[in-house]
Structure formats: structure tokens, C-alpha cells
Write a protein that binds this ligand. Sequence first.
Ligand SMILES: NC(=O)C1=CN([C@@H]2O[C@H](COP(=O)(O)OP(=O)(O)OC[C@H]3O[C@@H](n4cnc5c(N)ncnc54)[C@H](OP(=O)(O)O)[C@@H]3O)[C@@H](O)[C@H]2O)C=CC1
Ligand SMILES: CC(=O)N[C@@H](CCC(=O)OP(=O)(O)O)C(=O)O
Length: 344
Amino acid sequence: MKAAIIGTSGYGGGELIRILNNHPFFSIHSVHTAREERPISFEYPHLTNIFEQVLTSIDPEKIVAESDVVFLATPSKVSGELVESFFHKDIKVIDLSGDLRLKESDSYRKWYKHEPVAESVLTEAVYGLSEWNREKIADASILANPGCYPTAALLGLAPVIKEKVIDPKSVIIDAKSGVSGAGRSPSLGTLYAELNENFKIYKVNEHQHTPEIEQQLSLWNGAEMKITFSTHLIPVTRGIMTTMYVNLKKEIDTVKLLDLYEETYSRHPFVRVRKKGIFPAVKEVKGSNYCDIGLHADSRTGRLTIVSVIDNLMKGAAGQAVQNANIMFGLDETAGLNLMPLYP
Ligand SMILES: NC(=O)C1=CN([C@@H]2O[C@H](COP(=O)(O)OP(=O)(O)OC[C@H]3O[C@@H](n4cnc5c(N)ncnc54)[C@H](OP(=O)(O)O)[C@@H]3O)[C@@H](O)[C@H]2O)C=CC1
Ligand SMILES: CC(=O)N[C@@H](CCC(=O)OP(=O)(O)O)C(=O)O
């Protein structure tokens, strides 16, 4: 199958190249840019002699005619505009931005601060949390790839929300991200001098992933849920850790809860559950598509602490996008994704 990538010169697009260049069933047919045509190695010298295509302009008709799937690794708003050119055409669309994830247009307007895509597009877009929406993903033509923070938080919370063992009003998500999560465009916050040896909280109670997490949790809970969600920037390149604090409805032993997680994710190759007393670290998933989870129930406070880690560019973006493409094309979901974490 042939894949086209738009937004290739960014971090998400670069990661798509790393995965798809070694994929057994997809080949990268074309890579695109909104700027001047140039060899991809001008943007990414590390690809020299490995992947030598030229970044070309975005011609939706040509992309539809030549490719089976298009990945949009573009900023929100840009993705929304591009999606309309591919909607109901003979091509599958996988969007890495936040433009297709929220089902309520008003919520999108409030959190993303611009106009959403047409309702008809939003209605058809399938939310691509691979482990939890597999059947719909398999039938999807247009896919909303989840955000990086929501992926880590939702995979960590799903078993206890679905089993209704926690108070749904009590969810606090304390999240930390590496700087590649902010993309490749330079900004003050991502300067070395600002970031190095620093640790900053940002977008307090204003992060655009808040409604995305609440939307999915509410579906699982069967009633509306609100969360407290804090995001921090840490001086690492890749990696997200979400530490979640929830109140247990009644006392449950840590081992029983770990058994629940083991059982829930036993058929899902990219979610790994740690044993009692062992918690995951971001470097243990770096460069891979894994989400690793650890937890501890504190009988003293009645609270449960859940920790999940992902590589924001992999399970948080390009990795999950390829996992979803595999599901959409009826392939083994791990195809092209058997990448061991890069450790140390
Ligand atoms: N980084 C991460 O960890 C994650 C990112 N995402 C989402 O994935 C998407 C890509 O993120 P990321 O790769 O980090 O972002 P980057 O800023 O690194 O790259 C975005 C790319 O989009 C292209 N682009 C910008 N404006 C336009 C335009 N008007 N038309 C067409 N292309 C344009 C640019 O390429 P060029 O200038 O060559 O056209 C640029 O390379 C975003 O929506 C982001 O929110 C989601 C999860 C995690
Ligand atoms: C570290 C960092 O800055 N991360 C970004 C993640 C952005 C992103 O992935 O945006 P969408 O998923 O909404 O497209 C942020 O917090 O805004």
C-alpha cells in the first residue's frame, strides 16, 4: 500500500518516515510540504542515503489518485482545512492533530480557539485509541489519532473507570512531557536556556487535551466526567509520564488491581503492566510504541496512584497512527512497529 505524508518536515512526520521506511506492507509514496520543494535530507540530514525523496507541494487530487492512505502530520486548523480535500475521496485519512477528535463543535471552538471542521466530517471521524476502539477503526475512512497526553492518561485510567472501582469525580492527572511534544517550530519556551535544568507547568486548567480526555472517560463511565489535568514541560527530548490520583470506592489490594490491568491488556501487545512495586520510566519506552503502566493502592488514604509512560512521538503520535493504519487495512497491528525501546 502507498502512503503519502503531509507535514513531513515536522517531528511527527519525521517519525512516520522512520516507521514506514521499514514497514512490511506500506511504502512511502510521497512526502509533502507547504513550503518550497526540497530534498528531505535538507530538512533531515540523518536520512541521507536511507530515505532520499523530495518534499513536494500538496496536490490533493494527485495524492488521492496515487496513494491509499494520507497521514496529516500538520498543526490543528491546517489539518482541518486539508481534511476537507480528502473527505469522501478514494483514500484513507489519518490526522495526527486535534481537529477531528472532539465531537462537539462548541467544545472545539472553546479549547482550540478557531472554527471546527464541518459536522459531517466530525461525525464520520473515528477516534483512534487503538486498544479501545478497534472495531470502529477497522471500518474507518477518516481517523482522528489521539493526542499524546490523552493516550497515556486514557490507557492508564480505562480499566478502573470501566470496572467502576473508583469515584469518577476524583480524577487528577498530573502529566509531564518532553520538549519534542511541542513540535519543531522554534519558540521561546523550547529554547535550550529556558528548558535545560528547568521544570515548568503550563496551560493550567486550559490545556486543549482536557475535553478530549473527558469525552472518552465520560463514554466509558456512562455519565459526564470532569478531571483536573496539569501539564508540565521537562528537559528531555521524548517521553510523557502521566501520574494519576483517584479515590477507590472501597479498599482493593494493589495486586488485585494489577491483575485487572494484566487481564484487560493481555491481548494488547503495546500495553505492558509492571509488577507490584515497580513503576515505569519514560526511557523504558523511548523510540517504541509501548505504553507501560504501574500502580499502587494506598490503604492509608484510600487513593490509587496510576503511572503510565509513552514516547510522545510514537504511541503518542506516529506510532499509534501506524498502528491504526494497520488496523484500517486489516494488517497485524504490530506490523512495522516491533521496535525495541532505545535504552539507556
Ligand atoms: N509532537 C508530538 O509529540 C505530537 C504532535 N501531535 C500533533 O501532530 C501534528 C504534527 O506535530 P509536530 O510534528 O510535532 O509539529 P511540527 O511543528 O514539528 O511540524 C508540523 C509540520 O506541519 C507543516 N505545516 C505547517 N503549516 C502548514 C500548512 N499551512 N500547510 C501544510 N503543512 C504545514 C510543516 O511542514 P512544512 O513547513 O514543511 O510544510 C511542519 O513540518 C500537530 O497537529 C500536533 O499537535 C500529536 C501528538 C503528539
Ligand atoms: C510539550 C507540548 O507543548 N506539548 C503540546 C502537545 C500538542 C499537541 O500534541 O497538540 P494536539 O494533540 O492538540 O494537536 C501541548 O501541550 O500543547
